[in-house]
Design a protein around this ligand. Structure first.
Ligand code: NDP
Ligand code: MG
Length: 391
């Protein structure tokens, strides 16, 4: 087959570097047309020298000269900088698929542009579907592109649904590791540090999603992501804690049968599945050893302690711009926690305050989402400054 032409946005992150590992292992199957980074110029330059894409984007405009100079002897690679450039390269005609591996709300506009240009999307950037799931899924239908999940839980469900196109889903069950603080009380959580929160038991990921995993916001975002990816009602989505992270998620059909996808916790597998779809490419990833996992265990998530999960379900039920508010408040909260400006529990306090303070819109447009995001960040930043406890 002719190689798939891949534009990789967020190439220097955890997902981005693993995606390049996958493509490096299958040089006849993939060519890299575009790479982007926000500020890691050194790694972007090294990746550009190896993969020789037609264009690279460095988000931080102050680093443009550094990248441009380093790639001066590589005229086939154009160098661009800034936010608008990311949206521009997402829509260029020389790619077939865009892998969205940038973090946060910044994924929204490039993803919209890519869909409108007819690109298939390998979606790692879950925030895009949380913020604007309705709008994105309508665009996906209108432009007849594929939306292929990279998130491991959603990849698991997607894999379980292959061949089941005729069969209604009764419900899906998202598995959660429970993160580093599983079993802790609110009193204990009040004093946990960012170093403790950054140590995930099973997965090695970027800082934002690692904090989200510790606070269960990651699972909340994934609940909303699943609703839109699989067209589900709110009451068709369950979460179960499975600390071993081997069962990546399950689908329950109307005959009561459960299908699951299992594997070692390694994001390369779902990345490769999304890029290779519908084919399963070969891999030398470590194979599962049953004796290393003599038991699988399951628990109910503790939503009274980890309030972000309950807030996410609530935002999903409210719909409209509520998930956009939830996401923006959380992005501000995580950044503030990582700067030691607020404590661990104050993150969900801040999200809850923003959900009550920012105006609700039932049927937001793209402009409304952009406005809601900005307004929520402003409100959240004020709350960080004044202490969030007086919600
Ligand atoms: P990282 O923080 O490791 O990487 C983020 C990437 O995006 C980097 O290339 C970074 O550039 C770039 N970036 C950062 N800020 C911006 C911005 N404002 N605009 C454009 N690009 C930006 O994140 P992860 O790889 O962990 O996660 C990426 C996405 O994938 C997230 O949405 C996450 O939820 C999702 N995901 C991640 C998983 C994982 O295992 N890591 C699992 C499932 C989903 P630079 O390096 O220069 O800062
Ligand atoms: Mg996940």
């Amino acid at each position: 087959p002719t190689p798939k032409r891949v534009a990789l946005l967020g190439a220097t992150g955890s997902i981005g570097t693993q995606a390049l590992d996958v493509m490096r292992a299958h040089p006849t199957r993939f060519t890299v047309t575009a790479l982007s980074a926000q500020s890691n110029a050194e790694l972007l330059i090294a990746q550009a020298r190896e993969f020789r894409p037609a264009v690279v984007v460095i988000g931080d405009e102050a680093k443009y000269e550094t990248v441009k100079t380093a790639l001066a002897n590589q005229p086939e690679t154009e160098v661009l900088a800034g936010v608008a450039a990311l949206t521009e390269i997402a829509a260029r005609p020389d790619s077939d698929i865009v892998l969205t591996a940038m973090v946060g709300y910044a994924g929204l506009l490039p993803t919209v542009a890519a869909i409108q240009a007819g690109k298939d999307i390998a979606l790692a950037n879950k925030e895009t579907l949380v913020v604007a799931g309705q709008l994105i899924t309508e665009l996906v239908r209108k432009y007849k592109v594929k939306l292929l999940p990279v998130d491991s839980e959603h990849s698991a469900i997607f894999q379980c649904l292959v061949g089941e196109e005729q069969n209604p889903i009764e419900k899906i069950i998202l598995t959660a590791s429970g993160g580093p603080f599983r079993g802790r009380s609110r009193t204990e959580l009040a004093t946990v540090t960012k170093a403790q929160a950054l140590k995930h038991p099973n997965w090695d990921m970027g800082a934002k999603i690692t904090i989200d995993s510790a606070s269960l916001m990651n699972k909340g975002l994934e609940v909303i992501e699943a609703k839109w990816l699989f067209g589900l009602r709110d009451d068709q989505i369950d979460v179960v804690v499975h600390p071993q992270s081997i069962i990546h998620s399950l689908v329950q059909f109307q005959d009561g049968s459960l299908k699951a996808q299992l594997g070692l916790p390694d994001m390369k597998l779902p990345i490769q599945y999304a890029l290779g779809y519908p084919e399963r490419l070969s891999s030398d990833f470590p194979r599962f050893d049953f004796l290393a996992y003599p038991q699988f265990t399951f628990e109910q998530p503790d939503t009274a302690t980890f309030r972000n999960l309950a807030l996410s379900f609530e935002a999903m039920r409210r719909g409209g711009n509520a998930p956009c508010i939830l996401n923006a408040a959380n992005e501000v909260a995580v950044a503030a926690f990582l700067r030691d400006e607020i404590g661990f529990l104050e993150m969900s306090d801040l999200v809850e305050s923003c959900l009550t303070k920012v105006s609700y819109l039932a049927t937001p447009s793209l402009d409304d989402y952009m406005h809601t995001d900005q307004e929520t960040r402003r409100v959240a930043q004020t709350l960080v400054g004044s202490g969030t406890k007086s919600a």
